[in-house]
Design a protein around this ligand. Structure first.
Ligand SMILES: [Zn+2]
Length: 248
């Protein structure tokens, strides 16, 4: 009798092992594909997706659509257009010592606000455009009663390592690929100036505005760091579309 029962539990164990192996394989394939897209090993240009619509971004496909722009200069040029952004493609800067850029744009304005940027990766430029059109300008109107007329920033490209964090300081910053922007403040159409350094810790409408837009940035960028993160960010918001994910 025991000889007749033995194969059944063994068969069940084999089936369980086989199912577990298939599930692990599937998870590994999905994970590696996502990693390959993020790191640029697999170009998302070939993944069939509807084009990004800056006026009405698709909530479910948004992150992939933004990433795909980074791998497709033609689509970047076709989508990053007025009235959402005034931008022009610039020549690639070949990678030397993990510094340089490809498929980047020069920006003069975004969502009717003056923004002077010499080079920013297409994906981060798209994220910045969406953030301005759907978060910054509506929140400025709602909380401060005026639109943003111009943006003050601390730069986009810098061939350097991550600053202000001991764990990461041996790694290149996303600024080294022109894939990040540091926003320091805004000037409104009525002349008022909003500063991350001066207003973040206050209990003013300006602080409400800064907190609301920083929270809203997480939807479009991969990393969104502000004064709550560490002392190095006390005077600006750091936004990038790198491989890491963090909103603080
Ligand atoms: Zn930064």
């Amino acid at each position: 009798m025991s000889n007749e029962q033995t194969p059944k539990p063994r068969a069940r164990r084999q089936l369980r092992r086989s199912t577990t192996t298939r599930a692990a394989l599937l998870i590994a394939i999905i994970g590696l594909t996502a990693l390959a897209i993020e790191r640029g090993w697999l170009t998302v240009a070939y993944i069939p997706l509807p084009r990004l619509n800056l006026a009405a971004p698709n909530a479910y496909l948004l992150d992939l659509q933004i990433s795909r722009l980074g791998a497709n200069r033609d689509q970047c040029n076709a989508i990053l257009t007025p009235p959402y952004i005034s931008a022009a493609a610039i020549d690639d800067q070949p990678n030397v010592a993990d510094c340089g850029w490809r498929n980047a744009v020069k920006i003069t304005s975004v969502a009717q606000a003056k923004l002077s940027v010499e080079q920013l990766s297409c994906a981060t430029a798209a994220a910045t455009t969406l953030w301005f059109a759907h978060v910054v300008q509506p929140q400025a109107q709602q909380k401060l009663g005026a639109q943003v007329a111009s943006v003050q920033h601390f730069g986009t490209y810098a061939c350097r390592n991550i600053q202000g964090n001991k764990l990461w300081r041996s790694h290149r910053s996303q600024h080294a690929q022109a894939n990040a922007i540091d926003i320091a403040g805004f000037t409104l159409t009525d002349g008022r100036k909003i500063s991350v350094l001066r207003h973040w810790s206050t209990t003013t409408p300006e602080a409400d505005f800064l907190r609301a837009i920083h929270l809203g940035a997480c939807k479009y960028y991969h990393v969104a760091l502000g004064p709550n993160y560490n002392a190095a960010h006390r005077d600006h918001f750091h936004y990038d579309r790198g491989w890491f994910r963090s909103c603080r």
